[in-house]
Ligand binder design. Structure first.
Ligand SMILES: [Zn+2]
Length: 300
């Protein structure tokens, strides 16, 4: 069994200053401004609907309301969509506490990647809040499986994300990638990877009220044979983007996590089931430990 030690805690971090970015939402087509603001220790990552009396929506699994093509969090009838690329950058920068003010229903897609958000957070600067948060670690492997798709996590001291995809398309095919969690790794290898979509799905998506803001400027677009708006940023940009999405969805656990996570052909819906299972397993482990104080590393 792993012993308690400094490496099992992470510093709680927030931003040094306010920073903002504006743009169109991929699915809604609505133009919004997002302003990231420093927040106190233990407040977590919170979306604040600036246009609706500052209604606060915690970026937690319990807040997820939709998982079709993007991750949406909400409260009552109010939501914030396509949160995963911003959350991914927040995770990569180790930020645990931040208020995300937004004046509409969807985070701007910007260029389809997490790079603009990384630049934004790096420009604001990150500071320690003088408080620690224990890393969530499970002692047993857990797995979610659905129709040939799976996500499995095995215990580890570090966060490692491995992803494999297999698309029946000449420009994608089989791709796999391993990401060792680290700010600079993310900045160089994962953050620039853009979201992607298929021309053949556009009509169906638009009929469902989705992809209204999607253009060749903010996502990789593929017809049946090829990428129509190349060049790609990486030959394997697709699988790298899947890792970007997964890291963003892991933010909804609500605390930093360590483990070796292997995803195969997954997407937001399975990411969400996985996150729910992690939270469940962590709660069970906490029960097993009885009276253990919340500041103790409960899951090692
Ligand atoms: Zn994405």
């Amino acid at each position: 069994m792993l012993k308690a030690g400094v490496d099992m805690n992470a510093q709680r971090k927030t931003l040094k200053s306010n920073v903002s970015i504006s743009g169109i939402g991929l699915h809604s087509g609505i133009y919004t401004t997002v302003e990231l603001r420093p927040a106190p220790a233990r407040s977590g990552i919170t979306f604040v609907r600036a246009d609706l009396n500052g209604l606060r929506i915690p970026a937690l699994q319990a807040s997820t309301t939709a998982l079709d093509y993007a991750t949406t969090v909400g409260k009552d009838d109010v939501s914030v969509g396509t949160v995963e690329h911003l959350l991914s950058a927040i995770m990569a920068c180790g930020v645990t506490d931040v208020d995300v003010h937004i004046d509409g229903p969807e985070v701007p897609i910007v260029d389809g990647s997490a790079l603009p958000f990384m630049h934004l957070i790096d420009a604001a600067g990150v500071r320690d809040l003088g408080a620690e948060v224990p890393l969530l670690r499970l002692r047993e492997p857990i797995e979610v499986v659905d129709d040939g798709k799976s996500i499995r996590m095995t215990p580890s001291n570090r966060l490692v994300l491995k992803y494999k995809i297999d698309f029946n398309h000449p420009s994608i095919g089989k791709q796999s990638y391993q990401f060792d969690y680290h700010h600079d790794n993310f900045l160089r290898k994962i953050a620039p990877a853009r979201t992607f979509g298929f021309v053949r799905d556009v009509e169906k998506l638009r009929a469902a009220g989705l992809a209204r803001g999607g253009t060749v400027e903010n996502c990789i677009v593929l017809d049946d044979n090829a990428v129509i708006n190349g060049p790609l940023r990486f030959r394997d940009e697709f699988v790298r983007h899947k890792i970007l999405d997964l890291l963003g969805d892991l933010a909804l656990i609500g605390r930093p996590i360590a483990g070796e996570i292997t995803a195969h052909r997954a997407g937001h819906a399975l990411h969400s089931r996985f996150v729910a299972k992690v939270i469940e397993a962590a709660a069970r482990a906490e029960e097993d430990f009885g009276e253990a104080a919340p500041s103790e590393p409960l899951f090692a």
